[in-house]
Ligand binder design. Structure first.
Ligand SMILES: Nc1ncnc2c1ncn2[C@@H]1O[C@H](COP(=O)(O)OP(=O)(O)OP(=O)(O)O)[C@@H](O)[C@H]1O
Length: 648
């Protein structure tokens, strides 16, 4: 039983005597009739709108006469109509019968019309009738042109017009960056030219073999240090310092561009507190950056701590702070972390205090933005503005999250938090950058992008030469062997799209013999991966088959050649992979194996990304022939090894 009675509309002539079924049928018929009437009405209205102003009677007669006189016109017109009818036949098959009838009627009417016209000549025909027929015809013709499939009514009458492409308009700071020279070799700046660096740091640079700064360093180091004249608390002119974004090619020296100024600015600190935090996407990268920080803080009071899960949580916790009674003492000035481990330490109150944080460095920033769903940044910001245990009035360095600017809010000295972003493929998507909550950002970029510049256009290292090698899937391993054994291109860093492919390829090359190979992927423990990278750098390994685990940021000295065994799917992956060679202004080669179906899309992607030119490298089948017999045997051996591994 229903709770509410819902009254339905059953038509005006509701009659209790009629059965429910027949009533609904009658109602349906009525509605259909109404719909038909409405359709006809709107059709007539549409025709009237489409027709030009009704000509006068005299004009109509004149027009007809002209048509008669015009030789051939009389014969052409029906033909044209017939042609039209033929074309339309396809559609009209689905039209209802009335259409055909209508046409016949029309023809008849036309004949009548022609005879009538003779009469009209006398000027005795009243306005209306025949003019309407003409109008109808014109409307019909027009309708035929834009006819929709049978049974559908064209609404709106829109025409197909080419739509103008909407150009992106970037905010000023993205559209007009401070430009960094891409050519490293010709734009070196002697380290003595940069004022503000203490002698200890200069000495350290020299000891590490650095006599000149690379262009990115020469631009970015002074920009970060320009806030140091008045200490850590206030920036230029007494304002909060601007956040800095750097987009420069792979291997252009971005790491030192933040390591040097941060160390220089913290050098004079009195109390040890965490004042710089560098966040990197992987353990390997965190380790690499930590190593650079440690190297340049040697001989100073500054302490660097890494939170990347290389050590146990307790060990990391112990390295952050020590407690004497109820007093806590920080043991870290600079923390280098991966986002996951960092959030762990914040949430578990492990002793990581970020209330004095002055620099937040986000390396591989575009990748870090993509991992923002982990909300690591909001957790860091929350930890930075967390009020301490000291009573508010006691602490002059208390921090509150910036809100409206009032006299009261400006009075206490606040430690500003400055964000420093670095990437070779920094996104220009303002929506993505928005997530970082940047304060009056300043961009340093090697790509000058005017406001209408294409998205995802990057600069490639200058010493890099790119090739693509058209090949068949079954010949890829042979090609790689040809590169190492015949062309003597080694050491090679070879990328695959999955760890399974990396593993099989490594096994295959090892079974084939003649080359020392290793794999690098998540199949290996962090310790093993570290060892492999070291051996590769030392030249003990000639071929390192890797997944994208080694694609970003990893700085391996002396990689002559990168091979994309599997073509990368995204342009950013391509840029980072090939950027493992041609670093620090050196030369390097990058080869990408392409199957026929991949060629077009890949080449288009690379050109759109701003590649200076990728060349075709053909390896003739006869060059591989001598290795084929051995290769077949190796494949059989590989099958056995893999079967054995699977069974294990
Ligand atoms: N001024 C310099 N003089 C000589 N070598 C330098 C200088 N600056 C950096 N390098 C060297 O250049 C190499 C690349 O530097 P770095 O790793 O900082 O590049 P990057 O721009 O961060 O690259 P990626 O985008 O791939 O991470 C390193 O081996 C580094 O030691």
């Amino acid at each position: 039983m229903s709770l509410f009675l819902v009254n339905r509309y059953l038509g005006e002539e509701e009659d209790g005597s009629i059965s429910k079924e027949s009533r609904s049928q009658a109602l349906l018929a009525k509605l259909q009739q109404k719909a038909k009437e409405k359709q006809q009405q709107s059709l007539t209205e549409q025709r009237q709108q489409q027709l030009p102003k009704e000509p006068t009677q005299q004009q109509r007669v004149e027009k007809k006469r002209k048509a008669h006189k015009d030789s051939g016109q009389e014969f052409l017109h029906p033909k044209k109509k017939k042609k039209k009818a033929n074309v339309h036949d396809l559609d009209s098959e689905s039209h209802d019968e009335p259409v055909e009838q209508k046409k016949k009627k029309k023809k008849k009417k036309k004949n009548e019309e022609e005879t009538e016209e003779e009469d009209v000549n006398d000027g005795q025909n009243p306005a209306g009738g025949q003019g309407d027929t003409e109008q109808e015809e014109a409307a019909e013709a027009e309708n035929e042109k834009t006819a929709a499939p049978a049974g559908f009514k064209v609404v709106g009458g829109f025409e197909n017009r080419p739509v103008q492409k909407v150009h992106r308009v970037l905010p000023q700071w993205l559209a007009q960056p401070d430009v960094i020279h891409r050519d490293i070799k010709n734009n070196l700046v002697p380290i003595s030219d940069l004022s503000g660096l203490c002698s200890a740091l200069v000495k350290r640079l020299q000891e590490n073999g650095i006599q000149h700064f690379f262009p990115v360093q020469a631009e970015v180091i002074p920009a970060i240090m320009e806030n140091m004249q008045r200490g850590l608390l206030i920036g230029r002119g007494g304002y909060k310092p601007r956040d800095i974004c750097v987009s420069a090619p792979t291997g252009s020296g971005k790491t030192l561009a933040f390591v040097i100024p941060v160390i220089q600015m913290l050098m004079e600190r009195v109390v040890c507190e965490v004042r710089a935090l560098a966040v990197l996407p992987t353990k390997e990268l965190a380790q690499q950056v930590c190593k650079v920080f440690t190297s340049y803080t040697e001989g100073t009071a500054l302490k660097v701590v890494m939170l990347a899960g290389q050590r146990s949580f307790a060990a990391e916790q112990a390295s952050l702070a020590e407690h004497r009674g109820d007093r806590r003492r920080s043991l870290a000035d600079i923390v280098v972390a991966t986002p996951g481990r960092l959030v762990d330490h914040i949430n578990k109150n492990s002793g990581l205090c970020l209330q004095h944080l002055r620099f937040l460095i986000i390396d591989e920033a575009d990748r870090m933005i993509d991992s923002m769903h982990q909300s690591w940044l909001s957790q860091v910001v929350k930890a930075v503005y967390k009020s301490g245990s000291e009573p508010r009035a006691m602490s002059i360095f208390r921090r509150t999250e910036p809100t409206h600017v009032t006299a009261a809010s400006l009075s206490p000295p606040q430690m500003p938090l400055q964000k420093l972003l670095f990437s070779a493929t920094l996104t220009q998507n303002p929506e993505k950058l928005q997530q970082l909550g940047l304060h009056q950002p300043r961009l340093f970029s090697s790509v000058h992008s005017d406001s209408t510049h294409k998205q995802d256009c990057f600069h490639f290292p200058q010493g890099l030469t790119e090739y693509y090698v058209p090949c068949m899937l079954s010949k890829k391993p042979l090609l790689l062997l040809h590169f190492i054994l015949r062309m003597k291109l080694r050491p090679i860093l070879c990328f695959t799209n999955s760890r399974e492919t990396a593993h099989r390829l490594f096994l295959l090359v090892q079974l084939f013999g003649g080359v020392t190979a290793a794999e690098f992927s998540s199949r290996l423990s962090p310790g093993e991966r570290k060892k492999k990278l070291k051996e590769f750098e030392q030249g003990k390994i000639q071929l390192l088959v890797s997944t994208d685990a080694a694609a970003r940021g990893i700085d391996i000295n002396g990689v002559k050649c990168v091979v994309n065994y599997d073509a990368p799917q995204y342009v950013r992956t391509y840029i980072h992979r090939i950027g493992r060679t041609a670093r620090a202004g050196k030369a390097g080669l990058a080869f990408t194996f392409l199957l026929g179906v991949q060629e077009k899309r890949f080449l288009q992607m690379v050109v759109e990304a701003g590649s200076p030119g990728i060349q075709k490298q053909i390896v003739k089948p006869e060059n591989l022939r001598s290795m084929e017999a051995r290769f077949e045997v190796t494949l059989q051996e590989l099958a056995k090894v893999i079967k054995h591994e699977t069974n294990k």
